[in-house]
Ligand binder design. Structure first.
Ligand SMILES: [Zn+2]
Length: 72
């Protein structure tokens, strides 16, 4: 199991829920809260395990900064 891949899936999952929440009358409140959570998760966890640099939200199997393999 790739740890980074799971975090990425979690962030995308929250992103989808954010949009679904907008379908409800007060959903934008939930959506804003989820956006804050997602921003935190992204800043905190979406880093290359080798060089600690931030990774783009759409990931490639190799780190764009140091070239190390980060995904299976
Ligand atoms: Zn790297």
């Amino acid at each position: 199991m790739n740890d980074l891949k799971q975090k990425m899936q979690l962030i995308w999952g929250i992103f989808i829920v954010m949009f679904l929440a907008l379908l409800f009358s007060y959903g934008w409140i939930v959506s804003l809260a989820l956006m804050a959570v997602n921003t935190y998760l992204y800043v905190r966890y979406m880093r290359c395990p080798y060089c600690q640099m931030h990774l783009p939200i759409v990931q490639r199997p190799f780190c764009p900064h140091c070239g190390n393999r980060i995904l299976d």
